[in-house]
Design a protein around this ligand. Structure first.
Ligand SMILES: Nc1ncnc2c1ncn2[C@@H]1O[C@H](COP(=O)(O)OP(=O)(O)OP(=O)(O)O)[C@@H](O)[C@H]1O
Length: 513
């Protein structure tokens, strides 16, 4: 299925999608292909995931389109240091390439590679934790806690979906199976990595769809943690993914015991055991918040703590004799077939305590007065702009200064309306359909905020072109109240809007502390 959707996509270097020039393919997944790209004007780097669904047979198209819509929605609405940042979402218009015309393009920050690549590189070494194992797992667990906290389930946690950022950061990616819970569970097509789905995945079906719960991610984390801490070994025996899945089901039925690899450090051993409880009910004692706390707490005696390096090496060598190579499949889906990979790792490891999640620069602080419901809208709007000054905190400061976050604000005497105080005729030139309901309405906060983000982004770029690089937030606020020309001609903030721009700067400082 996936092959037919994107296997014909073969784009030359320099192919343009929006403002992005594709430089070469990175890889392909179940229903998309990912290209490296650079920004046409500022040279910034990105990864562009092209998701063509229109060529699928009608029976598959509807459900794939739904998955793509969810992936886009989740990606735009999520802002977390351990979730791959999405810059913008575009639609490809290229009638000369029917295989691509109409495809969704997800523009993401570009990673250097995935955890799967690291495991593959260690496949011929003796089983041992990957360098940085604790930090990687703490990052993944923090991402899961965030995702679950917002009422979603990732649904496809596996090493291939853990991306490693150029600065060493850890990002969870690929939200193709990510789904918002409806109460305690949700339904998705029966897709997923056979090596990472929980035992109940095979039987818990309704109308041909799998029931998915947060505990499915917890199970997948247990498998992934075992792989990371052993250089790739799956916790269940078997030379193929299907054999390992059968072994996991035998364990879930009580016909086999869980035998983790001997070299898994003690604290992690207990955590992995809790993640791999045999059924949803017993696993649900561990939620993702507790998982993240335990995965990120080596200094307090949590999983990362371990006796001396020499002791670990002895255990690892013993394990290497007892358990030769266990193949690890990274297959994407039942629908796609499988490929196996043997994996193991160097005996030496450097398990550093995980760094605490750094605050995202420019994010809206948790305790601020920005209305909760607006935060994802503002965050998604800021993401549409590649300029570093256009942050969620800046847009929030602008909205507070413009309307005090009042969606019904009106100033008829100056012809300004709504949360972003748009003048209707000006709005028309910048209008975006932020809530994607088919129209663009300055009284709709998502439309007004997305349009504001687009306008201030353009202002920022105009100022930079003219060599105005200082106090850009104040200049954007001034340009929004007057015009870019007024600000450029004044060479700074015109006096008549100084009071307003001071307010924006003050709010921005409050949100940046
Ligand atoms: N932001 C990114 N930066 C760099 N590489 C990426 C990025 N996102 C995905 N990739 C890489 O692109 C390839 C395809 O990724 P994609 O998420 O489409 O599929 P997958 O996770 O490999 O498979 P599946 O979709 O079947 O689960 C993978 O090799 C992945 O590591």
């Amino acid at each position: 299925m996936a092959e037919s959707a994107h296997s014909r996509i073969d784009l030359p270097a320099g192919y343009r999608v929006g403002d992005w020039l594709l430089t070469g393919p990175i890889g392909a997944g179940s229903w998309g292909v990912v290209y490296a790209a650079t920004h046409a004007t500022d040279g910034g780097e990105a990864a562009v995931k092209l998701l063509p669904t229109h060529l699928l047979p009608p029976g598959q198209r509807a459900s794939m389109e739904q998955l793509v819509r969810r992936e886009v929605r989740f990606s735009l609405d999520t802002d977390h240091p351990h979730v791959v940042p999405t810059r913008e979402v575009l639609t490809v218009h290229d009638p000369e390439r029917p295989e691509l015309d109409g495809a969704t393009a997800l523009v993401m920050a570009r990673a250097d590679g995935s955890l799967q690549d690291v495991l593959a590189a260690h496949r011929d070494s003796a089983p041992a934790p990957l360098p940085d194992a604790g930090r990687i797992l703490a990052g993944v667990a923090a991402a899961l806690a965030h995702i679950h906290g917002r009422g979603w389930v990732h649904g496809d946690l596996k090493p291939g979906n853990v991306l490693l950022a150029p600065d060493g950061g850890v990002w969870l990616g690929d939200f193709g199976l990510t789904v918002e819970l409806d109460g305690t569970h949700a339904y998705v097509p029966p897709l997923g990595s056979l090596d990472h789905v929980p035992p109940e995945w095979w039987s818990d079906r309704e109308g041909g769809r799998s029931v998915v719960r947060p505990t499915a991610d917890i199970w997948a984390f247990g498998v992934l943690a075992h792989q990371v801490l052993t250089g790739g070994l799956h916790p269940f025996p078997g030379s193929t993914a299907r054999a390992r899945a059968l072994a996991a089901q035998a364990y879930a039925r009580g016909n086999a015991t869980l035998r983790l690899e001997a070299g898994v450090p003690d604290g992690w051993r207990e955590l992995i055991t809790d993640c791999l409880r045999p059924d949803h009910a017993s696993r649900s004692a561990l939620d993702a918040t507790a998982l993240a706390a335990r995965a990120g707490a080596p200094a307090r005696g949590g999983p990362g703590r371990r006796s001396g390096r020499a002791g670990r090496r002895t255990a690892v060598v013993a394990a290497a004799v007892a358990v030769p190579l266990v193949a690890v499949a990274t297959t994407a889906a039942l629908l796609l077939g499988q490929h196996d990979k043997a994996a193991s790792d160097k005996a030496a490891s450097d398990e550093r305590p995980p760094a605490a999640s750094p605050p995202v620069p420019g994010a809206i602080p948790a305790g601020s007065d920005v209305p909760r419901g607006l935060r994802p809208v503002i965050t998604a709007a800021a993401r549409q702009c590649p300029e570093k000054e256009v942050t969620p905190a800046f847009l929030a400061a602008m909205l507070k200064a413009e309307s005090g976050f009042d969606a019904d604000a009106r100033r008829p005497e100056t012809d300004e309306y709504g949360i972003a105080m748009w003048t209707p005729s000006v709005f028309k030139a910048w209008a975006k359909d932020g809530d994607r309901d088919g129209d663009k309405d300055y009284m709709s906060p998502p439309d007004a905020i997305a349009s504001m983000a687009g306008f201030v982004c353009w202002l920022d770029q105009e100022y930079k072109k003219k060599g105005l690089r200082k106090d850009l937030p104040a200049l954007m606020a001034a340009g929004y109240r007057t015009s870019s020309r007024t600000v450029i001609e004044a060479g700074g903030v015109p006096d008549r809007v100084r009071e307003h721009t001071d307010r924006v700067e003050r709010y921005l400082r409050d949100y940046t502390r």
